[in-house]
Write a protein that binds this ligand. Structure first.
Ligand code: AVJ
Ligand code: FE
Length: 451
């Protein structure tokens, strides 16, 4: 929750930044140098680009914007500006080699720790630091530090995706989630119609696109209790789902035909068995696990085949945050407490989703499970600003992406750190993308006339 005492806040900032850096270090030290500079997929940057970009954003926002310091290496800024160079062209740039990138990121971090000692964290009535060009909001409740910790963790998830795409032997290991008996609860949950509060104006480290809080009044609907499993998805595959245009929107049909897509990414049929590649190992597709590495088009087609549809973003958030007993929206499905290991599969503790029905302690008041963690969930909705949105602190985080080309994903995957995951957190991507840790659940309106 919001830490108001400056010392507590300082410690929270430090531990959050340290957690992110430990993960970055793991992801960039578990492979040899050629694997850091190689481009493992045209969709991804070389790992060494992410590493220096993490340091560069930290320098820009914490040392320069908050601290008022001069640029350490002004000549490298353009190399690590995501908008100047699309991912596909990053390997041909004169990037810092791994040792230099590590050294640069570590130097930035050292100076940030010094800055942290001298930063006066303040609330609404605090004094404004002389260098803070954005006014109090940038340092209020440690926002800029929280934003940078989230940024590093987002790139850590990106780097984990690169690891999944990389060919070659396993470089990362983690214990599997607890096995769970097949889920025997109700397959769907009823969410009553009526108003609820979507978004937030009070969560201190919420990013601009999650703001402001506003009321949405939506009709009653039913939503899957758990994400759609591999076993359920396999029934769609085996039923010829990829060969039947009835289930696909026109763009999705064109896309799967043009690319010969017949199953989730990383799946392969071997005789009568379905196998999948996961972090350098091949294994049988586990039927009880939420389906992973599907595009929005595949999720949408499955839902139509099942006689259902994807939930809208508002439906997803109401299922996750609406607490009828308290008559308000909570931070997470389980309430307002920060995520613990009992609530959700987050933070790369595991390198896979947990079986459907896991984490009963994380269920919502209405009984919906695994909304947070495990797999990012595609929603029916385009990525659009909330009423009253203002870009903060930079337009290139969200504003430049608003529009119909991007679909919203919610809830976070096993690869998302708790600092970058909330009931209000919004992710987005193109509907063709499936290298991301994406799955989905389905919904249906309670009344036919709301369909
Ligand atoms: C919010 C995941 C779409 O990775 O493109 C990282 C996060 N923004 N650096 C992305 C982000 C700037 C962003 N997503
Ligand atoms: Fe970035």
């Amino acid at each position: 929750g919001a830490a108001t005492d400056p010392e507590t806040l300082r410690e929270r900032v430090l531990s959050t930044l340290t957690t992110a850096r430990d993960r970055t270090t793991l992801l960039t030290s578990c492979v040899e140098e050629p694997d850091l500079t190689a481009q493992h997929s045209p969709l991804m940057s070389p790992l060494v680009w992410d590493l220096a970009h993490i340091g560069n954003q930290e320098e820009l926002w914490l040392l320069r914007a908050v601290g008022g310091r001069e640029a350490m290496r002004p000549e490298i800024d353009s190399l690590y500006d995501a908008f100047e160079h699309p991912r596909a062209e990053r390997p041909s740039l004169p990037l810092l080699p791994p040792d230099e990138a590590r050294k640069y990121a570590a130097e930035v971090r050292g100076r940030v720790i010094d800055l942290l000692e001298s930063t006066a964290f303040h609330g609404a009535h605090g004094t404004r630091p002389a260098h803070d060009a954005h006014g109090t909001r940038l340092t209020e409740a440690g926002f800029a530090f929280g934003m940078i910790a989230q940024h590093e963790q987002q790139h850590d998830e990106t780097m984990l995706i690169t690891h999944q795409l990389r060919r070659g032997p396993r470089a990362l290991t983690a214990p599997d989630p607890e096995p769970a008996p097949p889920f025997t609860g109700p397959s769907e949950v009823f969410v009553p119609g009526g108003p609820f509060t979507m978004g937030t104006s009070t969560e201190p480290w919420a990013l601009d696109n999650e703001r402001p809080a506003h009321v949405r009044d939506i009709p009653a609907f039913w939503i899957d209790t758990t994400p759609v499993t591999n076993g359920a998805y396999l029934a769609f595959v085996e039923d010829g789902g990829y060969d039947d245009p009835r289930w696909w929107g026109p763009d999705g049909w064109t896309h799967i035909r043009a690319h010969g897509i017949t199953a989730p990414l990383f799946w392969r049929r071997d005789g009568g068995q379905w196998l999948r590649r996961r972090f350098g190992a091949t294994e049988a597709v586990p039927p009880e696990e939420p389906v992973l590495h599907v595009s929005w088009y595949e999720a949408d087609a499955y839902a139509r085949w099942a006689g259902r549809r994807l939930p809208t973003e508002a439906e997803w958030e109401k299922a996750a945050r609406h607490d009828p007993a308290r008559d308000r929206s909570t931070r997470y499905p389980w309430g307002d407490a920060d995520p613990g290991p009992e609530h959700a599969n987050l933070g790369q503790r595991h390198l896979r989703p947990a079986p459907a029905g896991s984490y009963p302690a994380g269920e919502s008041p209405l009984g919906v499970r695994q909304l947070i963690g495990d797999v990012w969930e595609w929603t029916a909705s385009d990525f659009l600003p909330y009423p009253g949105f203002t870009a903060f602190p930079y337009k290139e985080y969200s504003e430049v992406f608003f529009g119909p080309e991007y679909k919203v994903l919610r809830g976070g995957s096993f690869a998302v750190d708790p600092v970058a995951c909330r009931g209000t957190f919004r992710n987005w991507d193109y509907p063709v993308r499936r290298q991301i840790f994406s799955g989905f659940r389905t919904a249906r309106p309670a009344r036919a006339e709301d369909a």
